[in-house]
Design a protein around this ligand. Structure first.
Ligand code: AHG
Ligand code: MN
Ligand code: MN
Length: 337
């Protein structure tokens, strides 16, 4: 059988399911090209001028790495000219980026975390790009970047596509357009993403959890209880031994869960309670929640389904608990008790 490249896959999906418009197909293809360009830049490592600090801070007050800035520029430049977008928003930019007047405009909004796992860049550990696509509401005010923010503030349930690229030992692109989850692997010689897995399903049960244990003393009681129970293993109430993994790149931790199940938690803790959480709703929580649900898993804040949240700001942060359904349901249940 002929190789199913991303472009071919999208065309076939468009024909058979009708969920993908020509513009959405083009958008995803362009994003995948940008991810290839980012992958190449990352691959240069110490041979190129890509490692280390950029010397600037982003809107969240975090120090930007050179690759945060470069990846953001690659995504903006790749996407602004094609006529498929109304505007873009990024973790690295205070306000939305409007499509410049010299280019045609389209009906979609694109949001991204251009480089996820920044703390892993310089140590050669997997990092990635996360993206989410929304329809631009009819009559949205896009006259200024400030006014455009409102168009993006839609719950995750309205996403039309979401995905991520992981730049690891291989570069993979994981995508949903609301019809299940597919995995594409970058064939570096051909310069193409090729379909390597379709209809990905996450097992409902797991023995693997991911959480930054150094925050333990700051967690709320339900998470304390759940992690204590897992650590107690066979002798505890859950009756089985668990293993722990924490890459500290959400893309890599989520990709492991997409591959073999598991539960990932960046819960609310007392030191970042005012911020609402650590991870960002629009660039991290929503796209990952969409993918995880499409693969049969669940994603909550501990208190409610992530995709039901009505965003109040572009850079809003939320607690995130996602992965194998039965485990997410258990810890979400502890919050309700
Ligand atoms: P980013 O690099 O885009 O700022 O995101 C980093 C996030 C996420 O990828 C990861 O799960 C988490 O931060 C790691 O946080 P800790 O360093 O607190 O473990
Ligand atoms: Mn991130
Ligand atoms: Mn980032």
């Amino acid at each position: 059988m002929a190789q199913r490249t991303l472009a071919r896959y999208l065309t076939e999906e468009q024909r058979t399911k009708g969920t993908i418009t020509a513009d959405l197909k083009f958008l995803i293809e362009i994003v995948s090209r940008a991810c290839q360009a980012i992958s190449i830049a990352i691959g240069k490592g110490g041979l190129g001028d890509v490692l280390g600090e950029a010397g600037s801070d982003n809107v969240q007050g975090e120090a930007q790495k050179k690759l945060d800035v470069l990846s953001n520029e690659i995504l903006l430049e790749a996407n602004e000219w094609g006529g498929h977008l109304a505007a873009m928003a990024s973790e690295e930019m205070d306000l939305p980026h409007l499509v410049p007047n010299r280019f045609p405009k389209g009906g979609y909004l694109l949001m991204f975390d251009p480089l996820d796992g920044s703390s892993n860049i310089d140590v050669n550990v997997s990092i990635g790009t996360i993206f989410s696509v929304l329809r631009c509401p009819e009559g949205a005010d896009l006259s200024t970047p400030e006014a455009a923010e409102q168009a993006f503030l839609q719950p995750g349930t309205t996403q039309v596509a979401a995905g991520y690229a992981v730049y690891g030992p291989t570069t993979v692109l994981v995508l949903t357009v609301g019809e299940g989850v597919s995995v594409f692997t970058l064939d570096r010689e051909q310069g193409q993403f090729v379909l390597t897995q379709e209809n990905v399903q996450i097992p409902a049960d797991t023995k693997e959890f991911a959480i930054n244990m150094s925050n333990q003393r700051f967690w709320e009681a339900p998470v304390q209880r759940y992690v204590d129970e897992m650590v107690a293993g066979k002798d505890g109430p859950l009756g089985k031994d668990y293993n722990m993994r924490w890459v500290a790149s959400m893309v890599a931790d989520v990709h492991r869960i997409i591959t073999r199940g598991g539960i990932f938690m960046y819960p609310l803790d007392s030191k970042m309670k005012d911020k609402g959480g650590k991870l960002r709703l629009m660039y991290e929580a929503n796209p990952m929640a969409f993918l995880i649900e499409q693969a049969g898993g669940a994603a909550t804040t501990g208190r409610q389904r992530i995709m039901d949240l009505v965003p109040t700001g572009l850079h809003q942060r939320v607690p995130v608990i996602l992965g194998s359904k039965n485990e997410v349901d258990r810890v979400t249940g502890y919050h309700a008790e």
